[in-house]
Ligand binder design. Sequence first.
Ligand SMILES: [Zn+2]
Length: 87
Amino acid sequence: MNFILALNMRQKIISLSLDTYELASKKANFSAWVRRKLLEEVKPSEVEYGAYCDRCDITFARIYKSSMLHYNCDKCGNMTTYLGEIE
Ligand SMILES: [Zn+2]
């Protein structure tokens, strides 16, 4: 059991009926399954927003603008430079 929630994770309480609760209980990692299903709904053609780390020379891209405006590099943790919409 993992008691430490990663910094980039948020919790959301959901309500399940008896039958959907049974189905959810059969998933080894229900949270990961929900995350995957949600991301499957996002059209891959949607525009992405970029952020660039000077130190690592890496560009990060995400579908949510708000998360990229002040994005910390995945590798070094430095504040990245917002690039705007990228292809
Ligand atoms: Zn970096």
